[in-house]
Design a protein around this ligand. Structure first.
Ligand code: NDP
Length: 453
């Protein structure tokens, strides 16, 4: 396995994939560790998370630089991601005990009835490269707290991050087998899903990967949680405060080089403010600095892999051919690595790729609408339903509008973001199940009914 710096194209490290025998041994260790790990108290297991949070904060610079080197995230955003991983560890360390406490239900005067939350066993996490630490820690923290043990199949382009996560947990004393990274391809991951020693699977990634993993797990009757892509609408109503809205629109679209499932991708703008929004938005997107992600001054770094840029560019070309106006960017930059410029398309027809597919890069599709009703219809005209935001000066109006969104995470006057305290996940082809908050910790547990007469 190669770790290749997307900013230079250079191979920075190589790793040997685990053999079938090594994977088999890892599964044995996971199963063996599970029987002891589940017997510990929640507070005991949470002690490791608390220490992991401290280690992550100590190593912000080291792990931030590692992410930037492996997948091209701007360095300030990489450091912020490490801090956020510490936050999710803190959150579950403080809250898991209460979230996993028995839920007493009085069903009859003489019967004592309750629901207890018990672990399931080894859980496999199939994870993507775009938030290579965060997406794993938001799985690890609740699951270790709940008494499950974790196995990680990370994306093939971020093996260094995969091993760094294992290193953090090892360094804080998490016992052998409670969390293991498997350096394997997706074929081997499917064999692991089928293995009796694995009880459940979670995947964050593309829709095809989600379908493949869910199909395999379904055949084995194993529970899955899927966090797939998004084509989040960013709805600008006629009373939106423009300067702030435009500033947030830019961040919403280009965060993480545009490679985020919850990035604002379709900008649905009321006709009364459309031209003013587009003028300001195009100016702000044009002013971004595209360059070396390890440079503090960079706003947008390279795409994580050249093939991802090719795919994005095809979507832009398809959209222009379908009738969209290209008003900014739209051609790969003439540089060694896969740099795509901030790009704005307007008058994007409903059947253009930028309107009906997920665009994973700094490409914004602006769609003009004549009314609030039309704005909601366009926002919901998508097979995906992960996040959505609406921008208005009237908070009551915003809340009413947000309730009409067909999405899992709906925001008024803020761009969509994940937060350990709030459930995160989608509907429609964006997947199912929830991560984070008490909802997330209850996904991979046996909600056991206990009746004592
Ligand atoms: P993938 O969905 O292919 O990769 C995500 C993870 O799934 C990786 O660990 C990958 O392993 C694994 N995987 C892929 N196919 C299978 C399979 N059949 N069985 C088991 N595991 C599998 O993402 P890509 O990197 O190819 O990105 C393609 C597109 O996916 C992006 O352009 C974007 O639209 C979307 N995406 C969405 C993300 C999100 O946050 N929702 C995150 C990343 C991508 P391996 O790396 O070894 O192939």
């Amino acid at each position: 396995m190669e770790s290749r710096n997307p900013a230079t194209g250079e191979v920075v490290a190589t790793y040997t994939e685990h053999t079938d025998a090594e994977v088999d041994a890892a599964l044995d260790r996971a199963q063996e560790r599970y029987s002891a790990w589940r017997e510990r108290t929640v507070q005991d297991r949470c002690g490791y998370l608390q220490r992991a949070a401290d280690v992550l904060r100590d190593r912000v610079d080291e792990y931030g630089a590692l992410m930037t080197r492996e997948m091209g995230k701007p360095i300030d955003q990489a450091r912020a991601e490490v801090e956020k991983c510490a936050w999710v560890c803190d959150y579950y360390a403080e809250r898991a005990d209460e979230q996993l406490a028995d839920e007493v239900i009085g069903t009859a005067p003489d019967a004592h009835t309750l629901v207890s939350y018990e672990p399931l066993g080894p859980v496999l996490a199939v994870m993507p490269w775009n938030f290579p630490l965060w997406q794993v820690f938001r799985f690890v923290a609740p699951n270790l707290a709940a008494g499950n043990v974790g196995l990680l199949k990370h994306a093939s382009n971020v093996p260094g991050c995969a091993l760094a996560i294992e290193e953090v947990l090892r360094d804080v004393g998490v016992p052998e087998g409670a969390f293991q990274t498997l350096l394997v391809d997706s074929g081997t991951a499917n064999d692991v899903i089928a293995d009796d020693r694995v009880r459940a699977v979670t995947l964050t990634g593309s829709e095809p990967a989600g379908r493949a993993v869910a199909e395999r797990a379904g055949r084995e009757l194993k529970k899955t949680v899927l966090e797939l892509g998004g084509s989040d609408p960013f709805v600008v109503l006629d009373d939106a405060p423009l300067p702030e809205t435009v500033e947030k629109a830019v961040t919403a679209r280009v965060q993480n080089n545009g490679q985020s499932c919850i990035a604002g991708k379709r900008f649905v703008v009321h006709t009364d403010v459309h031209d003013a929004f587009v003028d300001r938005f195009v100016d702000a997107m044009a002013a971004l600095t595209v360059g070396d992600p390890s440079d503090e001054a960079t706003d947008v770094g390279p795409m994580a892999r050249p093939d991802l840029m090719d795919e994005l560019h095809e979507q832009v070309e398809h959209s222009v051919a379908a009738g969209a106006d290209l008003v900014l960017g739209g051609e790969p930059l003439d540089r060694e690595a896969a740099y795509y410029p901030p790009t704005v398309l307007t008058d994007v027809p409903a059947d253009a790729a930028a309107a009906c597919e997920e665009t994973f890069g700094p490409v914004a599709a602006v769609i003009e609408v004549g009314s609030e009703r039309e704005a909601l219809a366009v926002a919901n005209d998508s097979d995906l339903g992960l996040g959505a935001s609406v921008w208005t000066s009237d908070l009551d109006r915003g809340q009413r509008f947000a309730r009409g969104f067909e999405a899992g995470c709906c925001f008024v006057n803020e761009y969509v973001k994940s937060d350990p305290r709030l459930p995160f996940g989608g509907i429609k082809d964006s997947g199912y199940g929830r991560e984070l908050s008490h909802h997330g910790i209850h996904e991979f547990v046996n909600r056991k009914t206990v009746w004592v007469d």
